[in-house]
Ligand binder design. Sequence first.
Ligand SMILES: [Mg+2]
Length: 252
Amino acid sequence: MESVARSNTLKYECMLFDMDDTLYPLSSGVNLACRKNIEEYMLHHLNIEESEVPKMCLDLYREYGTTMAGLKELGYEFDNDKFHEYVHGRLPYEVLKPDPLLRNLLLSMPQRKIIFTNGDKAHAIRVLSKLGLGDCFEGIICFETLNPSLEDNATILCKPSLKAMEAAIQIANLDPNKTIFFDDSARNIASGKQAGLHTVVVGSSTLVAGADHALRSIHNIREALPHIWEEEGDLPQKIIQSNAAELTIVQA
Ligand SMILES: [Mg+2]
């Protein structure tokens, strides 16, 4: 008996996606509104001098991955949940619309798909729901995942720290060499590469350090990365079954 089959070994096993400014464009205005809310929190709740707030907000974001993580490192004390509520609770989520094109792309990928965001869980669920992508992912690695029982003044674990990348790899049980990581942040991409992941910078048509590919928009994924849908040694294979019912696989 003889039949033709294809190897079912995919070149990649998992797609790891950042969420904000990766699954929807920076131009949506959500990022700007978020920064404005953080600045207001710094001004009204932490009593930081108004003239210092914008620069400090940006500097801490650059230095520590999130402004929140930087504020904690500087010794500011505040409740994480209340901070997230204040910063994300008043975001213009209505600007995010269902994205059926992206949804179809994600659903057509045979790999595991996981979100890896520095944002909190409530924000992640709300964004994915607004984009109509709530059921496209196996799981979400978010603030609460990486910081499950944060003690007062403990260091917040978040991208782009290599420790955060390694924690995500371990939590999701990923083989970095078989995982593609998508993120709009050049620092996160550099860190992802350091952790051994394949990397795609999103929202840019030029490569950044550590990026294997650059995607102007997440919608261009199929044109730019057709190998996501390809299988290892994508050639027909001949399966020959002997009388003893043992299978021998012979490359055609
Ligand atoms: Mg992002």
